[in-house]
Write a new protein. Structure first.
Length: 123
């Protein structure tokens, strides 16, 4: 099979045909990491130290910065209750070298195993 490459005016190279072997391996590694992370959420350690990394999006008006927490439960609570949703887009939580995005953070907060008292919803 022929591999066709075209350079666009944007500077990106578009390749059609068979993917490169490294691309296949990288996709498989990312897929395996996502599956392992999804399995680990059920046994998530809320008492482990955690780091909250802000979004790299510069358009946000709220200035969320890198923060460290003594427990992952505190970090999850802070992310869900204290940060405005637009500022949380693109942010992630790192616990025991595993990264959790916005959807996973929300899942951890809503989980039955979440140890802290949740804020009462405002109508």
């Amino acid at each position: 099979m022929t591999l066709m490459t075209e350079r666009r005016s944007t500077g990106f190279v578009v390749t059609s045909g068979t993917p490169m072997p490294n691309e296949i391996r990288a996709d498989a590694v990312v897929h395996d990491q996502k599956q392992a992370q999804a399995r680990n959420i059920s046994g998530f350690n809320y008492s482990a130290p955690a780091e909250l990394f802000p979004s790299r999006i510069k358009k946000s008006r709220t200035k969320t910065r890198y923060m460290r927490f003594d427990t992952a439960a505190e970090a999850v609570r802070f992310a869900v209750e204290d940060i405005a949703p637009p500022a949380l887009l693109g942010a992630y939580l790192e616990v025991d070298e595993a990264r959790f995005g916005v959807q996973e953070i929300r899942f951890l907060y809503d989980s039955v195993g979440y140890p802290l008292k949740r804020a009462t919803p405002q109508n």
